[in-house]
Write a protein that binds this ligand. Sequence first.
Ligand code: CA
Ligand code: CA
Length: 312
Amino acid sequence: MRKRGYLLSIFAVLILISGCAETEMEEESLPKVEDILSETEIEEMEQTPIEEPIISEEPVIPEEPEVLEEQVVEETEDPNLIAHWKFDDDGMDSAKSNHGNIIGGAIFSQGKLGKALYFDGVDDYVDFSQETVDEIGSLSQGTIAFWFNYESLLDKQTLMPIFYIGMESGADNMYLIEIGHSAGDGATSSPNPNDKKIYSTWIKNNREPFLCYDSTNNVEEDKWHHFAVVVGDDGNTGYLNGVEITNRDYNFGDANAKSFLNSIPVKEQLTLGHGRSSFMISPDFVYYKGYLDDVRIYNKPLSSDEINELMQ
Ligand SMILES: [Ca+2]
Ligand SMILES: [Ca+2]
């Protein structure tokens, strides 16, 4: 055994020596580049561009997540928009579910934005459910905006109602947007065909209006106009054709009043094109004649810029 181990040791030493020798030999015998190639050839090699690996030039497009069209609409819909009646084909609310019932055979006709709803001035109007009355009637601030184009009935009736929320009958208790507002004496309710101003009127507790302003100037019939009533922390105001009516005339109250729809105590009815005012002015329900289009209700006061955007 000892002899065998001895021999193995010698064998290992020999391998080591021969390895070193081989390495030295290889290093010594390696030819240099200069020995093989001429200077010109070396220069050529250095100037030859190294071909880069071919990489597809088409950019890598990550797969987009599947987005449903409905989701996009929901994201862009203004959360402050409580109701939006486009009146393009029906009385549906495109903002929420405050859908309108079209009564009396009102028809859809060429409007300001797509089609509009045309009221015949006889028995046409739009009615809403009590849920809608409650939801819209609860707003403590907000904006009501719409396009209108009317045919005057103001030689026959004291006003032409556009927007009404309040009691169905009985005591004076309502918020009303109307054209004309001729004040009778409580008995005659005489029409005044020359008063074609637009009015925003708040009445409660069976009394005369506690807040009411008008546009000071008449709004021309057979012509499209945009109107917006705005109530917020700064008080109340109105815009006609995108311009704030700074010279509006307060028949009752003032611009600082922050009354909106929840200031009317009893709300049994919300109607478009059908309404009445106080017993002094229009004790009976009357109708609107003409077009209404793109009626919107927001739960916040819109700015001048935002109102102008609606008109586009
Ligand atoms: Ca429309
Ligand atoms: Ca009718």
